[in-house]
Write a protein that binds this ligand. Structure first.
Ligand code: FES
Ligand code: FES
Length: 155
């Protein structure tokens, strides 16, 4: 079946099999930030934005994205780099495998709720599995980033 998806601002039209998962379609188009962790909607590593809303691409068929805009970390470089520096600064990035999914979810949180409470941040982080850290560094990185933004972007 033929689908058209606008991936990171570029429209792609092609034939796919009905069973193809969005994660596989994205990786076949060079979006290697989209990682396969659990494939059971539990780890958040495969998070992408569909029409600006975070979705787990391991649980979405590529055909469901037909006619939609999809953004991956590759398309959010500036936002991701700015925030990623705060995570790295807290030493929260160990093996780094969970990082792209965590950054996507954090960006979704900042867009939806620019002033989250600690509890709200924890709720967001809960959907993002990290085998290395205890989430404390990630929490501190997010909080530091938010105060930096609140202060108008000056460190
Ligand atoms: S691979 Fe999709 S949620 Fe884990
Ligand atoms: S830093 Fe290794 S899984 Fe999160």
């Amino acid at each position: 079946m033929q689908i058209s998806i606008t991936l990171n601002g570029r429209k792609i039209t092609e034939d796919v099999t009905p069973k193809l998962l969005l994660i596989d379609w994205l990786r076949a188009h060079g979006c290697y930030s989209v990682k396969r962790g659990c494939e059971t909607s539990n780890c958040g590593l495969c998070t992408v934005f569909m029409e600006d809303k975070p979705v787990l691409s391991c649980s979405v068929l590529a055909v469901r994205a037909d006619g939609k805009r999809i953004e991956t970390l590759e398309g959010l470089k500036e936002e991701a780099e700015e925030f990623g520096a705060f995570i790295a600064g807290q030493g929260a990035e160990q093996c780094g495998f969970c990082n792209p999914g965590m950054i996507m979810n954090a960006i979704a949180l900042f867009r939806e709720n620019p002033e989250p409470t600690e509890e709200e941040i924890k709720e967001y982080l809960a959907g993002n599995l990290c085998r290395c850290s205890g989430y404390e560094g990630q929490l501190r990185g997010i909080q530091e980033f938010l105060s930096y933004k609140k202060g108008g972007g000056a460190q």
